[in-house]
Write a protein that binds this ligand. Structure first.
Ligand SMILES: *[C@@H]1O[C@H](CO)[C@@H](O)[C@H](O)[C@H]1NC(C)=O
Length: 362
């Protein structure tokens, strides 16, 4: 009884693993159908490149008169074919090398027997012979026509899944601005400039429209957020900054933009502001005062009432504030400014006058 639990778990785990493996094989196989065609396309592209590359060569040394007679000319020779075949794959591409190895005899067949009858190697090799690709505009195991027809898949406004391969489902993923199974409908923000059963041209609406029937701000069906209908039923910008209360925080000012707004920090000399800089303050921040419409620093050290009131204390003005520091020769101790203890040489010297003189010289 006790062992039932763990065993059941183990069994469940096994089932789970097996189904995962099966699932990944199914999806892997689907992907493989598309990638097999891509690989084949690369192979035939490289074949054509190799064909051009070897066009001006000959046997290149060692070809005796016997060889010239016995073999056909280089142009149509097995040697040239081998040189082309060697350059078909990157050595690192497993799938490419496997495909070439598996079907090498087809290249010979095409080279010696079919070349004149089937000059298009991709068509003959990838589509008709090893059947990993389909003609353009078709997809899947039986090369069925894509949605919208093989002439103009997705009516020219999208990509057909698996187009040209033995994989995929033939359905459309539409380009920007287009939607629907056939990519003939326009997405929100676009309108049909032209449309019939097989053709559709969608154009972007004016920026103020969410949906529209034409190109201007008067053709909106619905305004986009940040825009509103005026009395001529055109969409115009909403001035968010004129709203009460303002959408921005107290230490910010509001900047209206087309279809939106932004909040920017006030200058640090301001307490509230209507714009950027020290001369757009509503009032001045503490430590600043209004001087002809601009907020400037208050010099607290030169006010009629002294702000640093302790003995042997100096005042230093700073931006927006001030600090009290002990005068030279004094240091802070328990909130008081006390004389700095004299240094060793000073202690050694006899009279306080000498010390003062020495300090003066320094
Ligand atoms: C649809 O419109 C396009 C472009 O205007 C045109 O070329 C095509 O012939 C039209 N097709 C039909 C069935 O009317």
């Amino acid at each position: 009884m006790l062992s039932t639990g763990p065993e059941l778990l183990r069994l469940l785990r096994l089932c789970f693993c097996v189904s995962l493996v099966l699932l990944s094989q199914v999806s892997g196989a689907k992907r493989d159908l598309k990638s097999a065609c891509i690989t084949c396309q690369q192979i035939t592209d490289n074949f054509n490149k190799g064909f051009d590359r070897t066009a001006k060569q000959n046997f290149g040394g060692g070809n005796t008169a016997w060889e010239e007679r016995k073999l056909s000319k280089y142009e149509t020779s097995e040697i040239r074919l081998m040189e082309i075949v060697e350059g078909l794959c990157e050595s690192s591409s497993f799938e490419c090398n496997r495909m070439v190895e598996e079907h090498e005899e087809h290249f010979e067949t095409w080279w010696f027997k079919r070349k004149t009858k089937h000059p298009d190697l991709h068509k003959w090799f990838c589509i008709e012979t090893i059947k990993v690709c389909c003609p353009k505009g078709t997809f899947g195991p039986d090369c069925n026509a894509c949605v919208g027809g093989s002439e103009t898949p997705c009516h020219g406004n999208g990509m057909c899944d698996g187009d040209g391969s033995r994989g995929g489902n033939g359905k459309c993923s539409c380009n920007d601005g287009y939607t629907g199974e056939f990519c003939l409908d326009c997405s929100d923000g676009y309108f049909n400039e032209e449309r019939n059963d097989t053709f559709s041209l969608c154009t972007e609406c004016h920026t103020s429209c969410k949906t529209c029937t034409g190109a201007t701000h008067q053709d909106c069906d619905e305004c986009k957020e940040g825009w509103e209908e005026d009395d001529q039923e055109a969409c115009v910008d909403v001035n968010e900054c004129s709203k009460d209360p303002s959408p921005c925080k107290e230490d910010q000012f509001c900047l209206n933009t087309e279809g939106s707004y932004s909040c920017k920090a006030c200058d640090k000399v301001c307490s509230g502001c209507t714009g950027a800089g020290p001369d757009n303050c509503q009032s001045c921040a503490s430590g600043y005062q209004d001087t002809e419409g601009t907020c400037t620093d208050v010099d607290e050290c030169h006010q009629s009432e002294p702000v640093c009131t302790k003995e042997h204390e100096d005042c230093i003005n700073t931006e927006g504030s001030f600090v009290c520091v002990c005068s030279s020769g004094y240091e802070e101790k328990d909130g008081e400014c006390v004389q700095t203890p004299q240094q060793d040489e000073a202690v050694e010297s006899e009279s306080p006058e000498t010390t003062a003189t020495q300090r003066g010289e320094l």
